[in-house]
Design a binder for this molecule. Sequence first.
Ligand SMILES: [Zn+2]
Length: 502
Amino acid sequence: MKIKKRILTILIVFAMCIGCLPVYAEDNSTYSDSAETSAPAETSDPVEAFVERLYTNILQRDPDADGLQDWTNVLKSGQEQGARVAQGFIESPEFMSRSLTDTEYLTILYHTFLDREADAAGLAAWQQVLNDGLSRLHVFKGFVESDEFTAICADYGIIRGNASLTAPMDQNEGVTRFIVRCYRLCLGREVDQDGLNSWCSQLLNGANTAKDVAYGFVFSDEFQSKNLSDEDYIKVLYRVFMDREADSAGLSDWLSMMDNGASREDIFNGFADSPEFARLCEEMNLPEPPLRIVLDPGHDDICARNHPDLGFNEQDLNQKIALACRDELMTYEGVQVFLTREDGSCPDNGIGSDDVTGRTAYAASVQGDVFISLHNNASGLGYPSSANGACAFVSVHSGYAEESKALAQSILDELTSSVDLRNLGVMTRTDLSKGRYPDGNVKDFYYLISSSVERGFPGIIIEHAFMDNPHDNALLKNDEQLKAMGIADATGIARYYNLTKR
Ligand SMILES: [Zn+2]
């Protein structure tokens, strides 16, 4: 028996009086043959009819018996749902080898997944998506995951499901558009697929920000070999970062900056750090740049704090806490974690036990957003000391004072609620002998804090426990407790920055 598709005829009866809602009446009595493209073939098996329809619409031929049976089994066994089976046809060598124009390709998608002819406006919009550098598979996903195709699948008793696109270039439309723009505006050429996928994955996984990507293009050998004049260089930056042509006043401002000694990199940073570019990134729906957290396990095997009398070395405790903190932070979205050291090696210059100059320098080199130095305390009075608990040191007279204090408080709250430690609170320390910041304020006492401020990010020091206190000492000798401290640090950091779990 030929299965007929039921069409609902919707009669719209407009109310005659103002203020009344129109009345919609459904007339279920009208049945009609559907468009030829969606009519299931002469078979009593709707799943087989669904597969036949894909052969007819996509491959535009009759099914071969084996293929028909294989795809039908895939659907019936539940191995795949409707969208994935359709994807199998779209990605088949047979279909891929046909040299279809964009319009021919889109027309097939309209017939197969929307069960209708393409309208001019819709066709033009999808053509623009392809012109912007998005892949045909990306466009396929837009069609196959439509409500219309859900309904078509339902007619055959099939669950639609979703397409599965794995290439980095098919993951985020904004990211792909941004990279394609960089190719076109900076290099003046179309993408190569490997390059596009590689740049997309770097932006998607947070290894690079949009600024980093643009830097990669602008300072590439290919771009440099164009030997652009300063004026043409600035004009390119206008297009890349502001999505417009240069205005003459702006152009001459940038040129006079270069006449006064600004480098091309300075000009690049001026554009890349502008509010206009931030707005463009937002408009393009680019992922937020990840938060770059630098963890600093205090001391090391060169600048050591060995305490054989207490049963451990401080640098080893700090390292275990930092590694646990890093592992926990990696379970959150939108973070990148950097460690000044992952083993006993010295991140400083090895000048002596009090040399800590390499640590915030490293944080600056990885463009850290925050520097967190992890330590353990000692009363200096020797074991057994009564001083115990966790505390933090933060900047007091800088622009980072508030952020530092709130972050440190969040960490201490978590640390002292999940580990049996007393909360000694957030502390500050200044000393006139350390000099003043450029704004005239007295510097923070600790170099790790003051050098963070000077390098442009907040720096805090967490003192987890007192090594020479019997209660705290017992905690520090227990690796599970050290791990719990690292997890607590991470949880406190995550709460302050509103991070969400992956
Ligand atoms: Zn220390």
